[in-house]
Design a protein around this ligand. Sequence first.
Ligand SMILES: [Zn+2]
Length: 176
Amino acid sequence: MIEETPAAGQPAADLSQAPPKGYRPAIPVQVKFTVAMRQEGRCSLCGEKLDAWKGTEWDHVPAIQLRAWDPEAGDTIPAANDPDYLTAAHEDCHERKTTGRQGDSKLSRRGGDIAEINKTRRLEKARLAREAEIKAFRERLLASGDEPIEVPVPDKKKKKREWPKRPFPKRQKTIN
Ligand SMILES: [Zn+2]
């Protein structure tokens, strides 16, 4: 194993570092095709059919700038164009998702990216908070011992309104 000292232009193999600013390699057509096929040709946000390549936005999930950087591979982890970490959506659906507004042409694409990164961070924070809540709830349930371990059925309509109003990421299907 070779010990390397960090020098200018030669970063140490630190996987905690962010990707180089502006790193966003072009998505190969084959990758786009794989993503579109996985989604059965439908928008990942509204579920309606994607019309054509033009008008389709390719979204990195998580955003590239939030991924770890592998200096050896010269790519992010997971790789920037790994189809498993890409989604396809209508341009307008994507715009609405990232800016929270509809048809705001004043926001540049770059501004949209920044909004996307900030939103991803917020969602990640919210997700971690929810996971902690679920974990605490599960632990309380287990600790109670005599209680049956079942998914509680909300019997009062009042309870429903107590759920947080934060947006839930659609992709979150598994709870670990
Ligand atoms: Zn859509």
